[in-house]
Ligand binder design. Structure first.
Ligand code: LMR
Length: 394
């Protein structure tokens, strides 16, 4: 049987992680996988996470199963964090998932169960695992233009033109904030236009929100998701706590489905539970419990917000420093977009050959499409990257 298996194409981001590990150079710089690092290059366990884990260790007296949707306190606190006052309890179904990827996978399966003919529309470009999971599930997908490689900004006219073709019942995957891989995000006015178009065409938004708090702030980063939740009858939201709580390996994600009417909530919730049961039964609990412990305690929540804000401001500082360095070195403003972009990533606009050159000459690792992880840089390495970019002719 196993002789029939074919090798799968490697995941480019994970492949890069390995190549970095294998590089013996001491001064190598990892701008690949989207993992936050502080100025010392460490991915710290956040203070509030440590405190919550201690509390859980001291007070938890059973490891018996939770429910198929996970611990209700997790869904409740996290859905409040994301949806704020746009949260309509009567129409909201939610279930814990193993990470943001788990939530995305389950969202696609939910779409396939509800409407097997639906096309899922993805931004060009998007996180490579989006199309990969859709292919794995045998689902139909299409792309909408999103990024203008020359302007290094959103190609909004192209995006709207492509989304005009979306049919009723199709699903449009949108990055709630901090677009991965480009770092370019719609303005509030553009989000309004997107909402109007989806309303007109009867399409359903699926929001992937994995970086809330990394862009303009916790509340600001959720504002597009909240606006869509207020305006549209139906919506899916796949959320991740990997980055903003720094609990990558704990696999804490949440899938929310907002039903058009309250009387559809129960069957929708049942479907989320059913999908969990079919795929892995009960979702992991430890990461989810860390999140609900933090969000359910004012002191822990304040401390978490403060540390998250420090991380966000650190990344913004690096963005500004890199844009400044490049302004000086190139005597132009063509890299100012780096300071305007938000979140962990920016796409520099280098060719794959230039990316390769930077890796060979300076040990700088970035995804072949020239996506960099801003948090992989610090005040000392920013000038090295700027120099390498100029040398490579970016
Ligand atoms: C990334 O885009 O680098 C992250 O979301 C990590 C991953 O799983 O790919």
């Amino acid at each position: 049987m196993l002789e029939h298996l074919k090798p799968q194409p490697p995941d480019k981001i994970l492949q890069l992680m390995q190549a970095f590990r294998d590089d013996p150079r001491e001064n190598k710089i990892d701008l690949g996988v989207g993992v936050y690092r502080n100025a010392e290059g460490i991915t710290p366990v956040m203070r509030a996470v440590k405190a919550a884990e201690k509390r859980i260790w001291e007070t938890q007296d059973t490891k018996a199963y939770t429910g198929l949707a996970g611990d209700p306190a997790y869904s409740e606190t996290l859905s409040r964090l994301i949806l704020g006052d746009a949260r309509d309890e009567a129409r909201l179904a939610a279930a814990a998932m193993p990470g943001g990827t788990g939530a995305i996978h389950q969202a696609f399966e939910l779409v396939r169960m509800a409407n097997p003919g639906a096309t899922v529309w993805l931004s060009a470009p998007t996180w490579p695992n989006h199309p990969s999971i859709l292919r794995h599930l045998g689902m139909q997908m299409a792309e909408y233009r999103y990024f203008d490689n020359t302007a290094r900004d959103i190609d909004f006219a192209g995006m709207i033109e492509d989304l005009e073709q979306v049919r009723a019942g199709d699903v449009v995957l949108l990055h709630g904030c901090c677009h991965n891989p480009t770092g370019a995000n719609p303005t509030a006015a553009q989000w309004d236009e997107i909402a109007a178009l989806l309303e007109r065409n009867g399409a359903i938004p699926l929001i992937d929100i994995a970086y809330q708090g990394f862009g303009d702030g916790l509340e600001e980063d959720a504002s597009a998701t909240r606006m869509l939740a207020r305006r549209l009858p139906e919506m899916l939201i796949a959320a991740s706590c990997s980055k903003n709580f720094g609990i990558y390996r704990e696999r804490a994600g949440l899938l929310m489905a907002i039903a058009p009417k309250a009387d559809m909530q129960s069957v929708t919730q049942g479907m989320l539970n059913h999908l969990n049961r079919q795929n892995y039964s009960f979702p992991p609990d430890h990461g989810a419990r860390i999140v609900s412990t933090i969000l359910g305690d004012e002191n822990l929540a304040d401390d978490w917000k403060q540390e998250l804000e420090e991380m966000r401001l650190g990344m913004l500082g690096i963005r500004r420093q890199l844009a400044d360095e490049l302004r000086q070195r190139t005597n132009s403003d063509r890299f100012d977009f780096i300071a305007r972009h938000r979140g962990m990533f920016s796409r520099l606009g280098a060719t794959p050959e230039q990316v390769e050159k930077m890796r060979e000459s300076h040990g700088i690792y970035m995804v072949a499409d020239s996506r960099i992880n801003i948090a992989g840089l610090n005040a000392q390495t920013v000038p090295i990257l700027a120099e390498a970019m100029v040398e490579a002719g970016v």
